[in-house]
Design a binder for this molecule. Structure first.
Ligand SMILES: Nc1ncnc2c1ncn2[C@@H]1O[C@H](COP(=O)(O)OP(=O)(O)OP(=O)(O)O)[C@@H](O)[C@H]1O
Ligand SMILES: [Mg+2]
Length: 275
């Protein structure tokens, strides 16, 4: 099976969590699944920026990214976190390489424009292309690609991409069978209860009733677009439980929340443009 696994930044904070996730990724890769790992790291990045005396500003959940913030993003996402995860998978017995936009121009981006934002979002982009041949060459050798959430622009600049947007768009571009979001909660929660399934049409309603907020809205929207783009199965699962990823990747019952399409997936739309 071909799958994209998005790892929450929160799961990269503790070594035990990193190793737990890495062992499961290695096991799935050994079973010859073709995997693309995409990782976030927003909270770690915000804390790093604070240490550097740079404040964070968000518009519609997206980080306003000036040049200084972008340069720091490359250091944290494409540097520290990316290498930490690739190293843990490699030590778990399956070779992994950390890749970011510039490497073999593997992820291309265009700057994102949003309305009513004076000065724009800066170096924030959306994914427009994936170098699938490059990924295939890694899979052929049994190597797991671990991608940071950035894209290379036609102007040679690196653009920060929201990790959920990136994972969903990449899943569509590589025609993944499954997209798994490993996050820091057990799934989409309604109070204490984990919702077994959320339909694309429910998202607006859940948000209006304040049942879902913040990063989870972005994730559900990304999930919905991936489904519309032809990814047949999208799962949101807690990443701290032992074997959570293995069961999310199996044919069995989803251990967290399944996101269901609005209608039956028909065509693979131009996903990137919708972001
Ligand atoms: N109904 C909900 N169910 C679950 N989580 C929710 C809900 N509403 C809001 N959230 C928040 O969404 C968070 C998950 O999104 P968040 O963006 O923080 O993490 P992530 O996307 O998994 O990782 P990262 O942003 O580092 O890539 C949860 O930790 C929780 O605080
Ligand atoms: Mg998030």
């Amino acid at each position: 099976m071909r799958m994209v696994v998005k790892i929450a930044g929160a799961l990269l904070e503790r070594d035990e969590d990193v190793q737990l996730v890495a062992r499961q990724i290695a096991e799935l890769a050994r079973a010859r699944h073709e995997m693309l790992i995409v990782h976030g790291g927003g909270k770690i990045f915000t804390a790093t920026l604070a240490r550097m005396g740079i404040s964070s500003r968000f518009i519609s959940g997206l980080r306003v990214t000036d040049r200084e913030t972008r340069d720091a993003a490359v250091m944290v996402f494409a540097g520290l976190l990316n290498k930490k995860l690739a190293g843990a998978i490699s030590l778990a017995g399956q070779p992994a390489v950390g890749i970011s936009a510039s490497d073999a121009a593997c992820f291309l981006a265009e700057p994102m424009q949003i309305e009513d934002c004076e000065g724009g979002l800066g170096f924030v982009g959306y994914l427009t292309e994936v170098n699938v041949d490059f990924l295939r060459s890694l899979w052929r050798e049994g190597i797991v690609p671990v991608a940071s959430c950035m894209g290379l622009g036609a102007d040679g600049e690196l653009y920060n991409i929201n990790a959920d947007h990136m994972a969903a768009a990449a899943a569509e571009f590589i025609r993944a069978d499954r997209l798994i979001f490993l996050t820091d909660v057990a799934g989409v929660l309604d109070g204490e209860k984990v919702l077994r399934a959320v339909r694309g049409t429910d998202i607006e309603d859940l948000s209006r009733r304040n049942k879902v907020s913040g990063g989870m809205i972005l994730k559900l929207e990304a999930a919905k677009r991936a489904l519309a783009g032809g990814v047949s199965e999208v799962r949101i699962v807690g990443g701290t439980k032992p074997r959570a990823l293995l069961s999310a990747a199996s044919a069995g019952r989803c251990p967290g929340t399944r996101v269901l399409p609005v209608i039956r997936p028909a065509t693979r739309a131009a996903h990137g443009a919708a972001q």
